[in-house]
Design a protein around this ligand. Structure first.
Ligand code: SF4
Length: 371
């Protein structure tokens, strides 16, 4: 199977954000050489990839890796043959890691797209989130990236924060739009078990965000971003001037991809496999010459159909009506709900439908009704 899309997971972070339950490795000093050698060894186990169209360094905090390490990994995975400018190379970065020097070095290393974890422009909120940057660093990071020639910039924001924080969502959207990033990713806060946020809520120090707040802020973002010429092309992602994430679009269209590093997933069109999530377990397996794959699952035809519908409905393209192999229960109510639109050949979610995607898909494919 030829693979054109590669994800590389860099698990290291300087500290844990209050809402984060990812399997990360908190390190003051990043084990750079060990990481680069481990990725090289895993690549050897996976075998040759096809000519890559996208490479995505996700994390964790990939911007903690020195640019030389990013360059070494990129040359390794592209076999030094594919010109890097032909590849969408995305680096997730925290604003405090972006300086003129680092941005220039990333550009020279081959990075041409940066996904910046901004989250909010309110210093109080950033502190509450245990973020390692302040609001002013977000704007400075965007300017440094542009000066270095990286203008394909995505900015992450988190919405639906607890009411007691009195976060001004409109103001944050305005500040984000004023920076004119080519792409925005908006994620609603979720309360994950065993996070600091979960503990604060359990002991009554913070109230869990409500569904109403989630819906209001999500729909408000659609309104504001449409007014600023952004297109919501996926449930959580908006782009202007057609600058969609090519890498994530490959996931949503069901194309095969490979993942390297701890917790990385790979998919060949039918089978999904994933690596041990913890850096130490991954590192030990690789050092012993063993596979770091923790488990795999082969999707049945029904699972593949369900996944195709779910992923398709996440996007603005939606799905072909002919993709629904079974009659839709309560179809009239469902199609009159205002959550779905159809031009007779394709079915798409409206923003209100995207808010209910998890219950809409079973309602379209199986036996559940939705509220
Ligand atoms: S920087 Fe990202 S991966 Fe690291 S702790 Fe914060 S949210 Fe989690």
């Amino acid at each position: 199977m030829t693979i054109h899309h590669l994800y590389i997971h860099v698990p290291f972070c300087a500290r844990r954000c209050s809402y984060c339950d990812f399997s990360i490795a908190i390190r003051k000093t990043i084990p750079v050489d060990e990481f680069v050698v481990a990725i090289h060894a895993e690549l050897g186990q996976v075998g040759p990839l096809g000519s890559l169209e996208t490479v995505y360094f996700g994390g964790g905090t990939p911007s903690l890796l020195p640019p030389e390490a990013i360059r070494a990994v990129l040359l390794d995975v592209t076999h030094s043959t594919t010109p890097l400018d032909a590849v969408e190379v995305t680096l997730e970065a925290n604003p405090e890691n972006v300086t003129r020097d680092s941005a220039n070095a990333w550009r020279r290393a081959g990075v041409n797209r940066v996904s910046l974890g901004g989250q909010s422009f309110d210093d109080r909120v950033l502190k509450w989130m245990h973020r390692t940057h302040d609001a002013a660093q977000i704007g400075r990071a965007v300017r440094s990236l542009r000066e270095a020639g990286i203008d394909n910039i995505s900015l992450d924001l988190i919405f639906a924060l607890p009411e007691s924080l009195e976060r001004d969502w409109d103001r944050d959207l305005d500040e984000a739009i004023a920076l004119h990033p080519s792409h925005l990713s908006l994620y609603g806060l979720t309360v994950e078990p065993r996070t600091p946020l979960d503990r604060w809520i359990s002991r009554g120090a913070v109230q869990a965000p409500t569904d109403d707040r989630y819906a209001d802020e999500y729909l408000r973002a659609h309104e504001c971003l449409a007014g600023a010429s952004y297109e919501f092309y996926e449930v959580s992602n908006a782009a202007r001037d057609g600058r969609r994430s090519r890498h994530n679009s490959a996931y949503w269209s069901g194309r095969p991809y490979a993942g390297l590093g701890p917790a990385a997933h790979s998919f060949d069109g039918r089978t999904r496999r994933w690596n041990s999530a913890a850096w130490e377990a991954y590192r030990r397996a690789i050092a012993a010459g063993a596979s770091p794959v923790e488990s795999r699952e082969e999707l049945s035809d029904d699972q593949r159909e369900l996944e195709h519908i779910y992923l398709g409905l996440r996007t603005i393209e939606g799905i072909a009506l002919s993709d629904l192999s079974r009659p839709v229960p309560h179809s009239a109510a469902l199609f009159d709900s205002g959550w779905l639109t159809s031009d007779g050949t394709r079915l798409r979610c409206t923003p209100s439908g995207w808010l209910r995607l998890d219950s809409l898909v079973p309602a379209l494919t199986g036996n559940l009704t939705i509220s």
